[in-house]
Design a binder for this molecule. Structure first.
Ligand SMILES: C[S@@+](CC[C@H](N)C(=O)[O-])C[C@H]1O[C@@H](n2cnc3c(N)ncnc32)[C@H](O)[C@@H]1O
Length: 352
């Protein structure tokens, strides 16, 4: 379970300018090294870890994608290792993240910005004339600035509108959805996307609310309806997570993104995906297993199972170091999964 919102979002230095809310990038070195296909990045000698000092830069050419820009922690380190002729395409659904990305693009012409879901990967890249890339990374979920800003509705510890959309420029908010949804559908969402065992009881209590104007009120109703709380965990954690995942179609977007990584990555290109809860990690693991084994599972009951194309090799899982977890507790539930695209031609295998 992702437990990001259990932590007190008041931790850290909240500054008035929302563009400068800080996001502590998780598995930073590991993910950037993975997407570049190197074991480790050169040691930074300057005081600034993300220094663009050429001596500490691998100066790699090619086209790379950071599918979840956030505040650009991974993008900036990636840029520090890329050559002048490289391109970095960054995606985010969040208008504030996109404002930060556009600001970066004004000072670094290698950066191209897409305000859309990474589920539009193929079409968005094609619109730029790009058919394939050398590396693809995503750091899934929500960012600390999104939680820290109570008005976005992600936190049950700060009051705000019951919104929870990553892209506030389109789609319905959780409040709008709650007005319309029936008890059973709501309970199913809480169960499926929050693994909430008391989903029916909580759904009934939520549907008895007169309005959905305040995250703190919603959290309180869930708390009262919840029959047994886990120590150290707010009883609304799983329900908030479920509504957020549902309203942003998070799992559907991840599935679409992973499928598109097959034709989009060049042979030898790298996929690196960080996730924060088991629902996502399981999907990434199963996707990589499916496309790296070269065989259909035995239980498919076929006399001679045909070979399945092997699109990925060397799938690997990396977790945060003890030092990272103690510095940034949010990283404790993170997993990075990485793999290398093989030279199996996607279009060719479709024809077979
Ligand atoms: C964990 S944060 C990424 C932080 C980033 N790596 C950094 O270092 O600042 C996740 C970001 O992905 C964005 N996001 C989540 N799902 C998305 C999707 N389907 N398409 C595009 N952006 C998405 C969120 O809006 C958020 O800004």
């Amino acid at each position: 379970m992702e437990d990001i919102s259990v932590q007190d979002p008041n931790q850290g230095d909240k500054v008035s300018d929302e563009l400068s809310f800080v996001h502590d990038a998780v598995l930073l070195q590991e993910a950037v090294a993975a997407v570049l296909g190197v074991n480790a990045l050169p040691k930074q000698t300057g005081s600034d870890e993300q220094s663009s000092d050429r001596q500490n830069s691998l100066q790699i050419s090619g086209i790379y994608v950071d599918a979840t820009f956030g505040r650009g922690g991974h993008s900036r380190l990636l840029l520090s290792q890329l050559a002048d002729d490289a391109t970095l395409i960054v995606f985010d659904k969040d208008p504030t993240a996109i404002a930060v990305a556009r600001e970066l693009a004004t000072t670094d012409s290698r950066v191209k910005v897409v305000h859309d879901s990474f589920a539009t990967l193929t079409d968005s890249l094609a619109a730029m004339g790009i058919m394939q890339v050398d590396g693809l990374m995503a750091d899934l979920g929500i960012s600390s600035p999104q939680i820290d800003d109570g008005s976005r509705g992600f936190s049950f510890m700060r009051d705000g509108a019951v919104d929870m959309r990553m892209d506030t420029s389109r789609g319905q908010s959780v409040a709008e959805w709650l007005e319309k949804v029936d008890d059973e559908t709501l309970a199913n969402v809480l169960y499926e996307f929050g693994e909430e065992r008391h989903s029916r009881r909580i759904a009934r209590a939520i549907k008895q609310m007169e309005s959905y104007k305040s995250t703190l009120e919603l959290a309180e109703v869930i708390k009262v309806a919840h029959p047994n709380w886990q120590r150290g965990k707010h009883p609304a954690t799983q329900s908030f997570q479920a509504m957020r995942i549902f309203i942003n179609n998070e799992l559907g977007d991840v599935d679409d993104f992973l499928e598109q990584s097959i034709p989009i990555l060049k042979s030898g290109g790298q996929l690196a995906v960080i996730s924060f809860h088991s629902l996502e990690d399981r999907r990434i693991k199963q996707f990589l297993q499916r496309h790296s084994k070269g065989q259909y599972p035995e239980d498919e009951n076929l006399p001679m199972p045909p070979n399945r194309p092997r699109y990925f090799s060397k799938p690997k899982r990396v977790g945060p170091s003890k030092a990272e977890v103690s510095h940034n507790p949010r990283s404790r539930s993170a997993w990075l999964r990485l793999a290398t695209r093989t030279d199996t031609d996607y279009q060719q295998t479709l024809k077979q």
